[in-house]
Design a protein around this ligand. Structure first.
Ligand SMILES: [Zn+2]
Length: 485
């Protein structure tokens, strides 16, 4: 199959061929765990999941790593020179303040490790509910930055100093020298002159006086007062955010050059630009990732999401019904986040969510839980995959599926079963996020009632009762619970 992806590095669609086929090594920039992840973050994470599932269906063996940033991500992350405050420390202060006011998410907000642990768990839970395979099946592939400071980040910084790509400045911090790496700026289209000029004040700051070039960025920040600190050749302190991803990608994927690196468009500069400089500077390779794929922002009702506008939604808010007034099935939110092309802005709206709910309902109604999946070379599957092979054209792929659903025959359930390897929405999940056929039966029952097909509804109800469940109708729909003996 001819797979093409738009590569941010070359600004064009390129034929995708992994270095070591059929293996694909992919790194996704994951969350900074200082708060619950919002739906905009999850747009980019779900995109990475769909990409993984598509490649697997196309017969590649995918090793996917998504990091968890639990130290060193500063509040002024556009500066790339360690300005501002560590987001984890800021979160600890925030939680401490809310504890004083009687709202305690965790017992010990003074401890940034506890804060990180709390939001890491919450993230993995949310990701599992949204059907992200890495959270569901491969949580070990989600490395924590704090576990890699000694074993991978400090050695990589040492290599950069040794290779003359980094230096210790007179404020004792270690910086990457952008002038030592002629390719710096290639990914984002920035030139060193532009960056020197200040790019709208971007490179100004207290660290500028100590640096050789205003765009030099931080690798190690000495700070013996920081709550999360490690011994290093440059004194006690902590790593910069960018070095974390370069080091974790190399350590966990075990390669100097990987096939795919993804992130949100806001990661392109400075984060990914810096990652390329560090990784290539440390390994001497001409590439770090062959393909750079970036998803665009999510808008809410046409506007950029922001806390001040009150349109800032976490996954939990949406699922618990705080956004629409109704509980939302995680599969519906997943569908809403994946149905738009990753290189377009998607607009999250209440209307869109209703459309997604109806799409998921139609897919589930036509599917049969224990159907035998259709072979990948079935003509309808090939049509579906061909769309995805064109830079993950999800709209085209969904059009193939919904067109095929007009023809109800014996083959349809098998095709849908196979299609769901990528979509991941047809099997319902329980409140704990785990897949549940019982939940699916309940939804089919509700759907049948909605269509006034009472015979079908009664049939499903009887099947549940026969299987030992008590069946109740609630305002959120049918609920089945195991009958106690
Ligand atoms: Zn990253």
């Amino acid at each position: 199959m001819d797979i093409r992806f738009y590569n941010t590095l070359t600004h064009r669609k390129e034929r995708f061929e992994p270095i070591d086929a059929p293996n694909v090594y992919m790194y996704n920039c994951g969350p900074t765990v200082y708060d619950y992840a919002h739906i905009g973050n999850f747009r980019s994470f779900v995109f990475a999941d769909v990409l993984r599932r598509f490649l697997e269906l196309a017969d590649y063996k995918v090793t996917q790593v998504m990091n968890i940033t639990d130290v060193g991500h500063m509040t002024d992350d556009q500066l790339a020179d360690g300005g501002g405050e560590d987001k984890m420390a800021a979160a600890a202060a925030r939680l401490k303040e809310s504890k004083k006011q009687g709202v305690a998410l965790i017992d010990n907000p003074d401890d940034p490790y506890a804060v990180a642990e709390f939001f890491t768990k919450a993230f993995i839970e949310d990701a599992g509910k949204l059907g992200m395979k890495i959270a569901d099946e491969y949580p070990a592939q989600m490395p924590r930055a704090t576990d890699h400071v000694e074993k991978s980040m400090i050695p990589m910084i040492q290599a950069l100093v040794k290779n003359d790509h980094a230096y210790v400045a007179d404020d004792s911090a270690v910086y990457f020298s952008v002038q030592s790496f002629p390719e710096y700026g290639k990914l984002s289209g920035n030139s060193l002159d532009q960056l020197k000029g200040g790019a709208g004040g971007r490179v100004q700051g207290q660290h500028q006086v100590h640096k050789r070039h205003p765009a030099d960025f931080l690798l190690w920040k000495p700070d013996a007062t920081h709550l999360m600190k490690w011994d290093s050749p440059w004194g006690q302190g902590y790593p910069g955010w960018h070095i974390e991803c370069s080091a974790m990608a190399r350590a966990t994927l075990g390669r100097d050059v990987i096939d795919i690196h993804t992130g949100g468009e806001d990661n392109i500069f400075p984060h990914h630009e810096c990652e390329i400089a560090q990784s290539c500077g440390a390994t001497g390779q001409s590439h770090f990732a062959r393909f750079w794929l970036h998803s665009r922002f999510l808008l809410v009702e046409g506007e950029k999401m922001s806390k001040s506008k009150g349109n800032f939604h976490t996954v939990r808010d949406v699922l618990e019904g705080k956004v629409t007034g109704r509980r939302v099935d995680p599969a519906v939110l997943r569908f809403e986040l994946l149905k738009g092309h990753y290189r377009s802005n998607i607009n999250f709206t209440a209307k869109g969510l209703t459309d997604s709910a109806s799409a998921v309902r139609r897919l589930r109604e036509a599917s049969v839980p224990d159907a035998e999946p259709a072979p990948v070379d079935h003509p309808d599957m090939l049509a579906f995959l061909e769309q995805l092979a064109d830079d993950l054209n999800i709209a085209g792929a969904l059009a193939v599926v919904f067109e095929r659903m007009k023809k109800v025959d014996d083959e349809l359930p098998g095709i849908l079963k196979r299609v769901d390897d990528v979509l991941g929405v047809m099997q319902a999940r329980g409140a704990d996020g785990h897949l549940s056929d019982v939940q699916m039966f309940c939804q089919q029952l509700d759907a049948a009632r909605g269509d006034k097909d009472f015979e079908k509804a009664d049939g499903i109800r009887q099947q549940l009762i026969d299987a030992g469940y008590d069946v109740k109708t609630t305002k959120d729909g049918t609920v089945a619970s195991k009958r106690l003996a």
